[in-house]
Write a protein that binds this ligand. Structure first.
Ligand SMILES: Cc1cc2nc3c(=O)[nH]c(=O)nc-3n(C[C@H](O)[C@H](O)[C@H](O)COP(=O)(O)OP(=O)(O)OC[C@H]3O[C@@H](n4cnc5c(N)ncnc54)[C@H](O)[C@@H]3O)c2cc1C
Length: 380
């Protein structure tokens, strides 16, 4: 058993951190304040092979696998989780195309996203159904050679900046709920697509989030991803992979909280001694460090298992759940250790506190993860 990253993966990790620590800080505050998306950084990241890095080289990616992609995500999120998301989620619509799409779809969409030319989105959640994935209502009805799509999608990452989205639609309403869905590629500029940016997010404010309406949107039937009626299962598999990426976001953010807090505890004094010399402060740092190491184990192992053809989706759900717990805990402790300074924007910890919370909400709420983990435990 070898727990060490290979030399190649260590170099990738260092490169991703160098990229983020050079490119993100000049824009970080402005993007957070004004909810600005960062296309220029995404394009530069693509030039460095950081967009869709898990995608094999034949489709334009760097072929570094899910573990490699997690290391990239960790390092970008250590600097700014929102801007990092703009890089790693640019290919959010590509997972399903890669896993289930035709060769033609893979060749059309994946290289353009990896190359920084296009952005994708995964449009699943609806205004009235998020956790209840089988409750989505958007319909795609066959008409001639096309599907005609009607419905609404909510909270879609990259919604207003994407070139295409992969949308979950009901294509077989006569089938049982779970067999009624299909994933369909919808060009963002198709007639009848309306996209509105959602403003006022608590955190990851540089990430684009949108509400999308489909009003009689006509797309060719060739835009179906995989088989009709398999959309629900495909979406579950999509989450199994993307949850590792989301878990890596929490790992990076938590590490940033710990590193910054250690530095502050050494520098800041109270009662004539450094903060870190007080046992209550040391306890906070210690607990953060333990949780981070446990999370690292979950993230790296679940990524490595996917890459070696032994995916453990149960472990990926655990990684995602524990990532939210760790990030929220670490960000809270970081704010507390910084005292009043932790509450103002002179230090990044207040931003990390706001950013961390999304990890308990998107890609499955923490309650949804608990339900999944509990169900698998009892099915064995
Ligand atoms: C910034 C942001 C980005 C996002 N990006 C995307 C994206 O790119 N694509 C996309 O499709 N979606 C995206 N989402 C949507 C996100 O995945 C959903 O918000 C999330 O799945 C929860 O769904 P909901 O908001 O409808 O909450 P609900 O499902 O209404 O849940 C509300 C509360 O009830 C709880 N709950 C629900 N059912 C149960 C149950 N059976 N047992 C116990 N508790 C339960 C939930 O855990 C939660 O606490 C994004 C959301 C945000 C905020």
């Amino acid at each position: 058993m070898d727990y060490e990253l290979t030399e190649e993966l260590r170099m990738l990790k260092d490169m991703a951190y160098k990229f983020a620590s050079t490119e993100f800080p000049p824009l970080s505050k402005e993007c957070d304040e004004h909810e600005k998306y960062t296309p220029e950084i995404r394009k530069k990241a693509a030039e460095n092979g950081l967009v869709g890095a898990w995608i094999p080289e034949e489709y334009g990616g760097a072929g570094v696998g899910i573990l490699g992609n997690s290391l990239i995500t960790e390092e970008l999120s250590k600097v700014d989780m929102g801007i990092g998301l703009n890089v790693v989620a640019a290919c959010f619509g590509c997972e399903s195309i890669f896993q289930y799409g035709s060769e033609e779809q893979k060749k059309t969409y994946l290289p353009k996203v990896c190359g920084g030319e296009w952005v994708s989105a995964g449009a699943f959640t609806e205004p009235n159904a998020g956790t209840d994935v089988a409750g989505y209502r958007t319909k795609a009805v066959k008409d001639g050679d096309d599907y005609v799509i009607t419905g609404n999608k909510m909270f879609i990452t990259n919604g207003t900046v994407c070139n295409f989205m992969v949308a979950q639609c009901i294509t077989n309403p006569d089938q049982k709920k779970h067999n009624s869905f299909s994933l369909i590629i919808v060009p963002a500029d198709a007639k009848g697509v309306t996209r509105n940016k959602i403003r006022g997010k608590m955190g990851i404010r540089s990430s684009d989030t949108a509400e999308i309406a489909f009003e009689d949107v006509r797309v060719p039937q060739g835009n179906l991803v995989g088989k009709e009626g398999r959309g629900f299962i495909q979406l579950m598999h999509f989450f199994d992979t993307t949850r590792v990426m989301v878990a890596a976001q929490g790992l990076g953010l938590s590490e940033a909280c710990l590193e910054t807090s250690i530095k502050y505890c050494k520098e800041r004094t109270a009662f004539g001694a450094p903060l870190g010399s007080f046992q209550l402060s040391a306890k906070k740092l210690t607990e953060m460090a333990i949780m981070i190491e446990a999370l690292r184990g979950l993230v790296y192992r679940s990524g490595w298992l996917i890459d070696t053809g032994k995916p453990d989706y149960h472990l990926a759900a655990m990684a995602k759940f524990y990532s939210g717990q760790t990030a929220v805990f670490c960000a809270n402790n970081a704010v507390e250790l910084h005292g009043g300074y932790g509450y103002i924007d002179e230090y990044s910890v207040q931003k990390w506190y706001r950013d961390a919370k999304i990890l308990e909400l998107y890609e499955g709420t923490k309650e949804a993860e608990i339900l999944t983990i509990g169900r698998v435990l009892q099915s064995k």
